[in-house]
Design a protein around this ligand. Sequence first.
Ligand SMILES: [Zn+2]
Length: 257
Amino acid sequence: MRTNQKCLAVIVVLLVGLVLAYGAMDSALNRSKKELTSPIATAQNAIHIPGSTIEINQSFSTIDPASQWVVVSKQFPLANPAYRPADLHKVSVASRLDKPDDELSLRQKVEPSLTAMFAAANKQGYAIMMASGFRSYQQQQTYFDSYTAAYGREKAETFSAHPGQSEHQTGLALDIAYTDMNNCYLEICFGQTPAGIWLAAHAHDYGFILRYPANKTAVTQYQYEPWHFRYVGKPLAKALYESGFTLDEVKPYLEKH
Ligand SMILES: [Zn+2]
């Protein structure tokens, strides 16, 4: 009996000891976890684009067509030509109504930033609209064929994408114009209009970038398009604006993170 009681006591002491030791270990582990995820880890994972002070604490694929950082260009066509975003929806901002519903649509996730940017532009007195949003592969094919017929292939290629190579197909890009289509509608002079100047200077505050700048035609392989804006989210948009780099130029850099 005595021996049994002693044994029991020893077991109880051992169990209590184990529980206490586990508790101490657990809190020590939690403490070190916290230390690892706060400032040090953040600093290590943040992306800094050279020439910008912005710390980008998010990261997205540059290849996945559903990613807000995807690069779709002549060099990097969509892997799946039939790609169509799952969350396409008709935008609520002013848009060119004589276009098919598809083209009046963008991805749902762009909507809050788009409405905020248009509201700010309207407040400045600029009556603007979305002239073109999402374009399916077939739609782009139709446009490219008609431009080729009108201007010849070489000229058409400077301003119109081959189907599968247009970022309009991601539902993250849009063309912006004055509602008055006589005012530099999808023309280079739009960049010199008050709305064009304002958009170039403020789009990044809403997560958009001027995708084909005048001084980067050799990099983007597209002519200067002061009307074409692309959603990438605020941190990257601000970093690109500050640094002067295009999305194409930072692609390899973003992929390292
Ligand atoms: Zn465009």
